[in-house]
Every structure is written in structure tokens, then in C-alpha cells.
Write a protein that binds this ligand. Structure first.
Ligand SMILES: [Zn+2]
Length: 664
């Protein structure tokens, strides 16, 4: 490897977020990142080989493609499916497939499978183009005669929501392949929306917003892709129209209070987070500090008061709502998989806006836990809701909110959303600013950034994270000037060591991550190696006492992984009587044979003796305190506990599960 001189970085494929040249932040996602091995590479391979190729068949059997054919006049019969946003599943799959087709060759590719995928993508793009009206409008539900007509029922119609997903798919297709066939469709729809929506003094016919935010962040990205400022302005118009009662003033639709004045997240979790992602985008592009401050304020309030240990958000089944501060039931946790994805998308935009490490902490926690649990290990089944407990004797009602993994949903928003995030995951890992390169997440692969003068920096990362804490970063290419390599020290990490070419770190910035970043500045040479060793003890964590649902309980973590216990590993009784004995040590055990290869955590506990009185599950506190031997709850039979990573739960037989364990 030789030190490069002054070759500028070549233009290449950006990911889902590409900041504009005039954006008011120095952070830029690195270009052409490659994930080449390890934990997330395996998940990427699963969706590439299983989930994404199965998409067209599932979209056919669920009726989504039929509905587009209806709109195109190429099919007869009734509209299939129950929702006006059936088209969005197609667009999310197109986005996932586009990112997938943009992957660099890795020696494992199946040329025939890729050709088949590309053919499906082209056919579906042609179908979408055929379905578009001559004026640019496109929504198969309304074009098939359902609903009251275009832009009449904005609260429920999801027309702009679907447009947003179409735009994001089109941008992905264009960035991944250079093909603009879908981008032309998306722009015509965006132009139709731009000609329709505006303030009363604009002369446009509708002053309104969609009940489900999504088009806003997509319009920012369309501005970034095309340079057309009016798309950015339209996004700004929409974001500021929420909160003024145009949709009835409901928190559900983000219409109770303007974002700029809100003090906590509320209402439908996915809607709130897509809107906040757009606010972060707008703040980055326009320098609107009030909007950026509101986004940061709401992010902090969400993390401090409404985020589950898994990173999941949205406590209520009713209206898929965030719930009140600290209201986080375990067995009734909603934690929609889409909300985890939206949280990651919002946090990544905040990381780019601010450069702060804490956003990477939440992304990591959500990725490894609340998000990944939404997908089965084999990539064929999904969870829409992600509870932290399934009780003994649980009656599963089936449907989309089942605690059993499901092949596809009646409302199938989550599966293609998982696919599009995983297919572009490498773009959420690293960023570059004038100082050098920031590694926000640790995935084996190659990342390329620039110095402030536009000189290329290339590093490779090699790690068995999250199973091992050793992260080796090797400089592949470096200019002959100093620059800073910044490494995020995860919030959960108490002890770590850092060395460069075998020499322990020395400067305060290298030794002490005050703000979450370890910074190593020097004139780097190709071949230089930095090793960050994160200590990975098994940890017990407890919650703020205001989280009533888990008071008196602890949860097990190791590294970024949250653990749970499942009934299948504990024959002989239910889990609801199990108590963890925290005086006994916990140990980690490598289990390559289990659940695709995991590290389990072993501990000791006991099963409580049942309350003898039986018929009434309460007793006078005085009786309990007096220690009536007939009714007191005492220690029962010893139990050896095996905890597995939460993301891997529900991949074996049905049964109880819990993340939080009582300690007495
Ligand atoms: Zn969903």
C-alpha cells in the first residue's frame, strides 16, 4: 500500500441521505461504503438471498401489483387490499432492490439471481409508469374508484405518503444505477403535488398536509438529487403546516402542536419520527436553527422518557401512539418495527446535523435490538410489534400484531421497510467532515471520506462485534497531511483501550472520550493500524423508577445487545415465576450451534412458590410483612437461566419470553 498524494475522491454512489453542497453542516456520509464481513454482512446476505427476491411474489399475492395494473387499465376486477397505501409497499421494495443491485461485487454473487432481480425491478418500474395519470397523479386506490377522490381525504388518504416512498425509491434507483426512468415518474408526481399544495396566497388550490408524514423528507432528498429548490421549499411548507388543526388537531396526525413549539414526541410514532427526520433534513439544508433545536429537543425527550431498552418506541397498540412519559408496559409494548426504522433514520440525520456521538448510540441500540427483532433469522417471517414480554398462557390473537412471526401482513409496511434499511445499512455507518473520518458504527468493511481539502481517506474495519469487543481499523489510503480518525465509544462501555501501531493512546483526546468520540489526529500512512478494544462484560441494568412496569426488575445486556429469556430454554414451568438471583455471577457462553451463532448469558435464579391462598391474588400488606408462612412468597426451586439476544427471540417454538427479570 502506498501513500496517495492529491488525487481527489471520485464521484460515486451516495446512500439514502446525501447532503447538498450548500448544507449548513460539515458532516457528509462517506461514499461507496462496503460491508464485507461479520454480523451485519450475514443479515445483508439473508435479505439479498431470501427476503428481497421473494418480494415480487409476495406483492403479487397480496394484490399490490394487481392494484397498479388496475390503475394502468391493464387488469379488471376489484381493488385488492384494505388500505390506500398499498402502493407504498411496492415502492419500499423497489428502493430495497435498487440498493441491493448497487452493492459492490463480493465474490459471492449469483449472476442469474441478480439478472432476475434486475428484470423484476424494470418490469415493476414500467408498471408504475403505466399506472401514472397524464397529469402526474398516482395512487392506485383512488384511481380505482376507492375513496372520495384525489386530495379530498388528506387525513387518511396517504397519497403524499405513497408519493414520498415513490420519490425515495426513484432516488435510490437513480443513485444506484443512473437510470432515471423511475425518477421521471417521481418528479412528475412531485410537480403535481407542488402545483396543488400551497399557502392561500400562493394561488394553489389546496392548503393542506397528509395525515402521514413521509413526503417531506423525500422532497428534501429529491431537491438534493435534482437541485430543484422548489422541492425543498415544498418540504418546508409541509413541515410547518402540521400542528395548526388542518387535520382536526389530533396528536395522532402530528396536528396538535407545531413542531417548533412541541416539548415531547407524541401521537403515532412513525408519523412523528418521519416528520422529525424531515425537520433535521431541512435544518441541515437551510440553517433553520429553530427547527434544528426543536428536532434535538424532541429527540432528547423521546430518549429520556419514551424509549424502551431495546430502542423500540411507541408504547400503545391504540393508535400506534408513543404513550405518556415512562409509560412503557412490556407485554403490551407496541414498538412497531417501522418505528425503529424511523428512529434510526431520524437519528442518522441528527448525527449528520450535529456530528454528535449520542445519536450513534441510539442507532446502535435500535439496530441490534428493536429493529433486528422484526426479522426472522431466515429472512422469511416478520414481527410488526416487538413486545418485551410474552406471558405464560398468552393467547395470541393472530393478525398483524401477533407475537408469532408472520410471512406477510395485511398491513405490510414493516417487511419492505426492513429490507430497504438493511440493503442500505452501510450508509449509516460513517461520516466525514473537515477534520477527517468518523466511525459511528462498527461493521467490518471499507469506508472512504475526505479531508477538509477534499483529499481522499480510506480505512478498513475488521471486527467480530458485537460478539467480541476488538475493532481493528487499518488505514488504506491517506494524504500526506494530518487528519483525525474519530471512534465512537458506546454509551454502555465503561472500559476500553486504544492503541495505534501497538503503542497505547497518549493524548487526552485519544484516552478520554468526553463527548463520546475518541479522536486520534496524526499524519496517517497507509498500513497504520488502530485497535480499539471495548470491554464486554455481562451487565445488569435497571430502569428509571418512574417506569413502573419494570420496577424491581433488571435486564441483561452484553455490549450493544439486550438479552431475554425464552420458555424453550427453561422446561418445567413458566417464566412469570422466575426470579434472577443477582448475588450469583453471570457468565457469557459462545454458542455457535444456537440461533445462527450467538453468545448466551448464563445465570442462576429460582421459581417462586405460588401464593397458597389461590383464589385471590392480593393480600393485606400487614399479612405479607408479618410473614405468615402459609401465604408468604418464599424462595422456590433453583433454576439455571439461559438468556439469548433479544433480536433472536421467537425463532424456535412458541412460548413465554421476558427481557426484564424480577430480582425478588
Ligand atoms: Zn410497519
Amino acid at each position: 500500500m502506498s501513500r496517495s498524494t492529491s488525487t481527489p475522491a471520485t464521484p460515486s454512489t451516495p446512500g439514502p441521505v446525501r447532503l447538498g453542497a450548500r448544507a449548513r453542516t460539515a458532516q457528509r456520509p462517506t461514499v461507496d461504503p462496503v460491508v464485507s464481513g461479520g454480523f451485519w454482512y450475514d443479515r445483508r446476505r439473508t435479505i439479498a438471498r431470501v427476503s428481497i427476491p421473494q418480494g415480487p411474489g409476495l406483492l403479487e399475492s397480496a394484490g399490490n401489483l394487481h392494484d397498479l395494473r388496475l390503475a394502468a387499465g391493464a387488469a379488471d376486477g376489484p381493488f385488492r387490499g384494505d388500505y390506500p397505501f398499498m402502493d407504498s409497499d411496492v415502492y419500499k421494495w423497489l428502493e430495497a432492490a435498487s440498493w441491493q443491485l448497487a452493492q459492490a461485487p463480493d465474490g459471492e454473487r449469483d449472476a442469474a439471481a441478480e439478472a432476475s432481480l434486475a428484470e423484476h425491478v424494470e418490469k415493476i418500474i414500467a408498471l408504475v409508469a403505466d399506472a401514472q395519470q397524464s397529469d402526474g397523479y398516482l395512487n392506485s386506490w383512488f384511481q380505482s374508484g376507492r375513496g372520495k377522490g384525489p386530495y379530498v381525504d388528506l387525513r387518511w388518504g396517504h397519497e403524499l405518503y405513497c408519493a414520498g416512498h415513490l420519490i425515495q425509491a426513484a432516488v435510490a434507483r437513480h443513485r444506484a444505477t443512473g437510470d432515471d426512468s423511475l425518477l421521471r415518474v417521481a418528479r412528475r408526481f412531485a410537480d403535481h403535488i407542488d402545483a396543488t399544495f400551497g399557502t392561500p396566497d400562493s394561488g394553489k388550490p389546496v392548503d393542506g398536509i397528509d395525515g402521514h408524514p413521509e413526503v417531506e423528507t423525500a422532497l428534501v432528498e429529491l431537491y438534493r438529487e435534482t437541485g430543484e429548490r422548489r422541492y425543498l421549499d415544498l418540504a418546508g411548507y409541509f413541515v410547518d403546516r402540521f400542528g395548526h388543526g388542518r387535520l382536526g388537531g389530533e396528536a395522532y396526525c402530528q396536528d396538535r402542536v407545531p413542531l417548533r413549539r412541541a416539548d415531547n414526541v407524541e401521537g403515532h410514532a412513525v408519523r412523528q419520527l418521519y416528520l422529525l427526520a424531515a425537520a433535521a433534513d431541512l435544518a441541515a439544508e437551510t440553517g433553520d436553527d429553530e427547527l434544528g433545536s426543536a428536532a434535538a429537543r424532541l429527540w432528547h425527550a423521546m430518549v429520556a422518557t419514551k424509549t424502551y431498552l431495546t430502542g423500540g418506541v411507541g408504547a400503545h397498540h391504540d393508535e400506534e401512539d408513543f404513550g405518556d412519559p415512562y409509560e412503557m408496559p412490556n407485554e403490551r409494548a407496541y414498538c412497531e418495527t417501522c418505528a425503529a426504522i424511523a428512529s434510526i433514520q431520524f437519528s442518522w440525520r441528527m448525527a449528520l446535523l450535529t456530528g454528535q456521538a449520542r445519536y450513534g448510540d441510539l442507532i446502535e441500540r435500535t439496530l441490534f435490538n428493536g429493529f433486528l427483532a422484526g426479522m426472522s433469522l431466515d429472512g422469511e417471517r416478520w414481527l410488526y410489534v416487538n413486545p418485551l414480554q410474552v406471558r405464560d398462557g398468552h393467547t395470541d390473537t393472530g393478525g398483524d400484531q401477533s407475537t408469532r412471526r408472520t410471512r406477510w401482513f395485511r398491513c405490510a409496511c414493516c417487511p419492505p421497510n426492513v429490507m430497504r434499511l438493511l440493503a442500505s445499512l452501510e450508509h449509516y455507518v460513517s461520516a466525514s467532515d473537515g477534520s477527517g473520518l468518523h466511525l459511528h458504527q462498527y461493521l467490518s468493511g471499507r469506508y472512504r471520506g475526505e479531508t477538509g481539502r477534499g483529499l481522499p481517506i480510506v480505512v478498513s474495519v475488521n471486527t467480530d462485534y458485537p460478539w467480541q469487543g476488538r475493532i481493528t481499523v487499518t488505514v488504506q489510503e491517506s494524504p500526506d497531511v494530518p487528519w483525525t480518525l474519530s471512534l465512537r465509544v458506546p454509551q454502555w462501555c465503561r472500559d476500553y483501550t486504544l492503541s495505534v501501531d501497538g503503542v497505547p493512546a497518549r493524548t487526552p483526546d485519544e484516552v478520554d472520550a468526553q463527548d463520546g468520540w475518541l479522536r486520534v489526529e496524526r499524519v496517517w500512512t497507509a498500513g497504520d493500524t488502530l485497535v480499539l478494544e471495548l470491554d464486554l462484560p455481562v451487565r445488569l441494568v435497571e430502569a428509571d423508577p418512574r417506569v413502573d412496569a419494570v420496577r424491581g426488575c433488571v435486564a441483561i445486556e452484553r455490549g450493544p445487545l439486550v438479552y431475554c429469556v425464552e420458555q424453550v430454554d427453561h422446561p418445567g414451568g413458566g417464566l412469570d415465576d422466575v426470579v434472577l438471583d443477582t448475588s450469583r455471577p453471570l457468565s457469557a457462553k459462545d454458542r455457535p450451534d444456537l440461533l445462527g451463532g450467538v453468545v448466551t448469558v448464563l445465570g442462576a435464579g429460582y421459581r417462586r412458590r405460588p401464593v397458597p391462598s389461590g383464589w385471590w391474588p392480593y393480600q393485606d400488606r400487614a399479612d405479607a410483612a408479618d410473614g405468615d408462612p402459609a401465604s408468604a412468597v418464599g424462595r422456590g426451586e433453583p433454576v439455571e437461566l439461559t438468556a439469548v439476544p433479544y433480536y433472536a427471540w421467537a425463532n424456535r417454538e412458541d412460548g413465554g419470553m421476558r427481557v426484564w427479570l424480577p430480582t425478588d
